[in-house]
Design a protein around this ligand. Structure first.
Ligand SMILES: *Cc1c(COP(=O)(O)O)cnc(C)c1O
Length: 395
């Protein structure tokens, strides 16, 4: 597909973005996902449903969040104007809450009173437990035994918020094993249970649902940049783990072919930059795999980007040429983390620092009448300890 044809990318066939996506799951699960797809389509354009979603976005999450002009950083770099979309200012400190609240409201409409989710580093689990507490839903979080050990504080947070954290000891006791357990639970309890997926990954319809709820990021940023600058940005930059904050930051600009869309991955988990087509966790995407199609281990310094695959829509945006994806090194990320802290008084999440790192490199090469929007997916409080350790090692 040429660049022009890729503009306004739509799903070509149900659940497919080009050749990517689909639903490679056992028959019982397929039925459950088909019902989910029907129910989502019933509510996604329902004015009452959307009004309720926007109510919680405003009154609970604190949206809309600002599009902050990074004046000192812009001046220092001497190139493009940098604007920061402030997902770090949301309640719970990141973008994940947007999707979590959207899916729980959908679950309620579907008659579920029990929410299940899996979490690796714990960020999706904490966001889910938070919104379940607020909306009065029972919350069960599946977590690998190994991850529970490494993420004690997040386990305590989830329990504090009233969630039950289930330790998964099967397999290697990691994220993949927790996903399997959560899916077992869903197949047995689907009449009153909703499986809440945290990123733009998984079998259809999850990538489409996550896109829908996270698109609030670019709906706001587009309105905000038009108000401030009277024109669209030249580039939007986001970090990419599973792809949810990036798809949210990109979505309203996908049809605007003059806006460059850039996703940034860690060098150690570069699914888009180095991956090949394969089926992972029930959908087709670009993923890091060995010759037999087994996912390769990844080791990123930011837990939220440590995933061997990438959402199907990003896979398609990459192959079709509509979006570009680059990697940055650990050192560039640590530098960007400190630079944004010192120059703008904003400590970004390590994940978000990937996007900042790329922006720092390209802004210099661009003209000062050009505009870059950097999506700050979350705040860095959770990462300061780790950064402190990493910087000690560097010395
Ligand atoms: C989870 C997380 C990410 C990565 O997930 P995506 O689905 O790629 O957005 C990025 N930033 C923060 C702050 C996160 O918590």
């Amino acid at each position: 597909m040429s660049k022009a044809e890729a503009v306004g990318v739509e799903q070509s066939e149900k659940g497919y973005f080009g050749e990517f996506g689909g639903s490679f799951v056992p028959p019982q699960l397929k039925e459950v996902l088909e019902v989910l797809d029907q129910e989502f389509n019933k509510y996604k354009d329902d004015p009452e449903f959307n009004q309720e979603f926007l109510y919680y976005m405003k009154e609970y999450v604190g949206r809309e969040n600002p599009l902050t002009f990074a004046g000192r950083l812009t001046e220092k770099l001497g190139g493009a104007k940098l604007y920061l979309k402030r997902e770090d200012l949301n309640h719970t400190g990141a973008h994940k809450i947007n999707n979590v609240i959207g899916q729980i409201l959908l679950a309620k409409r579907m008659g579920a009173h029990r929410i299940i989710a899996e979490t690796g580093a714990g960020q999706h689990g904490v966001a889910t437990a938070t919104a379940c507490a607020m909306l009065g839903m029972e919350c069960i979080i599946y977590m690998g035994a190994e991850d529970i050990r490494r993420q004690e504080l997040n386990v305590f947070r989830m329990e504090l918020l009233g969630a039950k954290v289930v330790s998964v000891t099967k397999g290697q006791g990691r994220l993949k094993d927790a996903v399997d357990e959560a899916l077992n639970d869903l197949v047995q309890n689907y009449d009153h249970t909703f499986y809440l997926l945290g990123s733009a990954v998984g079998p259809h319809p999850f990538p489409t649902i996550v896109h829908h709820f996270q698109s609030i990021i670019s709906k706001e940023s587009k309105r905000q940049i038009l108000e401030k600058e009277g024109r669209l940005p030249d580039m939007v930059v986001s970090c990419v783990g599973g792809g949810s904050n990036a798809i949210g930051a990109f979505s309203e600009y996908i049809p605007e072919k003059d806006v460059r869309l850039v996703g940034v991955e860690p060098e150690e988990a570069a699914s888009l930059t180095k991956g090949t087509p394969g089926v992972l966790h029930g959908f087709k995407c670009l993923c890091l795999q060995d010759e037999e199609g087994n996912p390769l281990p990844t080791h990123s310094i930011s837990a939220g980007l440590d995933y061997p695959g990438i959402g199907p829509e990003h896979s398609h945006l990459k192959v079709s040429g509509r979006a570009e994806y680059y990697t940055v090194t650990k050192k560039e990320v640590l530098d960007a983390f400190q630079e944004l802290s010192r120059t703008e008084g904003i400590i970004p999440a390590l994940e978000s620092a990937h996007a900042v790192a790329y922006a720092l490199k390209v802004a210099k090469e661009m003209n000062n009448d050009q505009i870059i929007i950097v999506n700050i997916s979350g705040r860095g409080d959770k990462d300061v300890n780790e950064v402190r350790e990493l910087l000690k090692k560097e010395l």
